[in-house]
Every structure is written in C-alpha cells, then in structure tokens.
Ligand binder design. Structure first.
Ligand code: ADP
Ligand code: MG
Length: 392
C-alpha cells in the first residue's frame, strides 16, 4: 500500500475534511453502541491538536437520497462524539454550501447520504466536497469497498488526499496476514452459506496451509464428501463447488479439516435439546448446529500451532447457548495462541465480545464487507484512489 498518510501531512491551520464510518446503532435518539465513534477518536483528536479546522463526515443508515430523514440524522452521533472528545462538536446541516470552524475545533457534517449523488459517486457532488477542504483524510475502512462521493470521488478532487490512521492500521494488518504471513497460515471460515463466502474460500485456498470450515459451510462440505447431514442447513446446489474446493486444496498440499463430531438438535431454537454425535451418525430428522467437542479440541491444537490466523464466521449457532461451545473453544484457542490473528465480520465480532477475548486477537477489523472484499483479493476503490493520488 503506497498512500500518503495523515501523519506525514501538514494539517496546521488547514481545513481538514475527514471521512469516518460513524454508522452506529441508534435507539430512542441515543447511540446504543459507540465502538465506531471511539475508534475514530484518535484521528479526530490528532487533527484538532494540529490546529486544523476539522470537518468530520459519515453516513448513517440508508436514507432515501436527496431527502433529509430526521430518523437518520447524525445528531445523536454529534452528542456522543462531543462527550467522548470532551469538546463540543456541533452538527452542521447544509454544509455542502460551505462549512468552517475555528482552528483546533471540529464540526460534524450531517449524514452524507442525504446528498443526491452520494452513492453514485457523482462528480459534481465530489467536487463540491473537495472544494470545502485543503486536505481530505479517508479513514473509513468500513466503506472503503464502495466508490461513493464521500469516500472515492472527493479523494480524486481534494487538493491533498491522504489515509487516516484507522484505515492505515486496517490495511497493514490485512497485508501482514495475507501478503507475507508467518506460517502456518490457518483460516477459519464459518457462518451459514458457502454461496456468500465462495469468493473468500477460493481466495484463501490460494494462500492457506489449513482452511477450517465451520457452520453451515461445513455441512455443505460434509455432504459433498457423502456424509448424511439430515435436516442441516446445507446448499445442495453447492456440492460440486465444495468438491472442487476440496480438490483444489489437495492439489496445493493444503488441508480442509472437516468436523468429526457434531452437536445436533431436532429444532432450530434456543430451547432445543442438544446431542453430540459422531459425524456419520446424524439422523434424518436432526440438524447440525455446532462442531462437537473432539473437533473443537483438534482445531484448537491446529490454531495454537499457527503463525497467522484469519477468522471470519462462527462455527456454530453461537446465539444459542447449547450450540456456542465450538465457537467459544475456537475463539479461546485463537486468543491463547502466539499467532498474528486477524478477525472480521459482524457475527464474528459479536462472538469475540460474547466470549470476552478481544485482548487476545491481534487485530479486529471494523469493516465487515470491506474486510471480506480485501480477503477476496479485490481492490478497495477508495484505497485505489489514494494510491493513484500518491503516485501523482
Ligand atoms: P459474519 O457476520 O461474522 O461474517 P456470518 O454472517 O457469515 O458471519 O455467519 C453467522 C451466522 O451463521 C450466525 O447467525 C450463526 O447462527 C450461523 N450459523 C453458524 N453455524 C450454523 C449452522 N450449523 N447452521 C445454521 N446456521 C449457522
Ligand atoms: Mg453476519
């Protein structure tokens, strides 16, 4: 990654427009989880300390473009951001027509998606945003995979365009895990469907030593090898794909370990009775909802020996207590091991939080979609634009 960094850019007394991802959950007019705001604090504080005039922008939710929707106003975010910074950060509406504030202070620009043309990366809109600033700082990794006016277009036209520390941190962690990883490189891909993670599985198979598949994805792989999976979530239309991936792994000398025992139930419910079975003894009226204890132990050993771990997707229905042990054991093994570990994905982050292992993961990616697209080997348009600007 060759981009200009914010830390190498002169911000003193400059008008600095920072794109963050402050798309946080809001309930009854209050921010209910402020993790994304906290993650952006260091960047905003740095710019303030440099005596910049700081204009922060972000999207929130999916408003109808060109229309102000009070339910998706960033007002609650401005309130929380002010509290966390210990300084007032007023919300500015109509900021496209001009925005300013004294050096060493910050304002928050109202939801970028209220502007017509934001999602289409409209050039006129991007030029207007760029005209507001001397320096544009792209710091929103979570939206870097989308070419939008406030992430990509503005970076094209701003006098100076650089990457913020949050974005740089994400990219460095991903590059460390994928470009020259300490071996063995072990990936854990769980979740419900092969179809939604096919590109990720394909890309990882080019690189990994072990590809551990869990969740509904493992069911499809099991079925592909001839195991009867009963009523389990399993994509019959993906069986050929799963067989091809198994062949691809074999031809590279990589391994896709499959569960040898599983936790089953007759219904998908929080109250369902759970049984452990060897994988070849799942009954016709049962579904596999977690990996079994032997499998979890075995995979735990593989993970403890890893040099690098990439984790996306829980290996069971961890939302229900009786099907959470597999994900818990895997999570704890990753946290205990010495590997450089990188985790991403909405439900994966929820599992990390549930089992309280945040401190054991080397890097937790904040961007679900952007994380997966990077792992797939795709270029993130907003990052590509920063690279283009750095080449001059
Ligand atoms: P992430 O958000 O981290 O990318 P996914 O959305 O792909 O993860 O997958 C998470 C979902 O997969 C969870 O809701 C979990 O309940 C579900 N899941 C895991 N194992 C199974 C299984 N065996 N059968 C059905 N669903 C499963
Ligand atoms: Mg998910």
């Amino acid at each position: 990654m060759k981009v200009l960094r914010m830390s190498d850019t002169d911000l003193r007394n400059k008008r600095v427009l920072i794109r963050e991802d402050l798309n946080v959950p809001v309930q009854d007019g209050k921010v209910s989880s402020d993790a994304r705001i906290r993650a952006a604090l260091a960047t905003i504080r740095y710019a303030i300390d440099q005596h910049a005039r700081v204009f922060v922008m972000s999207h929130l939710g999916r408003p109808k473009e060109g229309q102000e929707d009070p339910a998706l106003s960033l007002a609650p975010v401005a309130t929380r951001l002010s509290e966390l910074l210990g300084k007032p950060v007023p919300l500015r509406k109509g900021w496209l027509d001009g925005v300013d504030c004294p050096p060493g202070t910050a304002v928050l620009c109202e939801n970028v998606r209220f502007n017509k043309g934001e999602k289409q990366d409209d050039e006129q809109l991007a030029r207007r945003m760029a005209g507001l600033c001397d320096v544009f700082v792209m710091d929103a990794f979570g939206t870097a995979h989308r070419a939008e006016a406030s992430t990509h277009g503005v970076a094209r036209f701003a006098p100076v365009a650089c990457a913020g520390p949050l974005l740089v941190g994400e990219l460095e962690a991903l590059e460390r895990a994928l470009q020259n990883p300490a071996r063995p490189l072990v990936a854990v891909v769980g979740g419900s469907k092969v179809s939604t993670k096919l590109m990720v599985l394909e890309a990882l198979l080019e690189k990994v030593d072990q590809l551990i598949v869990g969740g509904g994805i493992a069911n499809t792989f099991l079925a592909a090898t001839g195991v009867a999976v009963g009523k389990s979530l399993c994509e019959t239309e993906m069986l050929d794909v799963a067989r091809r991936l198994l062949d691809k792994a074999r031809s590279r000398g990589a391994n896709i370990p499959l569960p040898t025992d599983v936790v089953v139930a007759r219904e998908f419910a929080a109250t369902a009775h759970a049984d452990v079975r060897p994988v070849d003894q799942v009954r016709a009226d049962e579904m596999i909802l977690d990996i079994g204890p032997d499998t979890a132990d075995h995979w735990g050993v593989l993970l403890q020996a890893a040099g690098t771990i990439i984790w996306n997707g829980p290996v069971g229905v961890f939302e229900f207590e009786q099907f959470g042990d597999g994900t818990r054991v895997i999570a704890q093994a990753i946290a205990r091991g010495k590997a450089f570990s990188l985790a991403g994905g909405g439900d994966t982050l929820a599992a990390i939080e549930k089992y309280g292992i945040e401190d054991g993961i080397s890097y937790i990616s904040t961007g679900g979609g952007a994380f997966l697209e990077f792992v797939e080997g795709k270029t993130l348009p907003a990052v590509a634009m920063l690279e283009q600007r750095a080449r001059g």
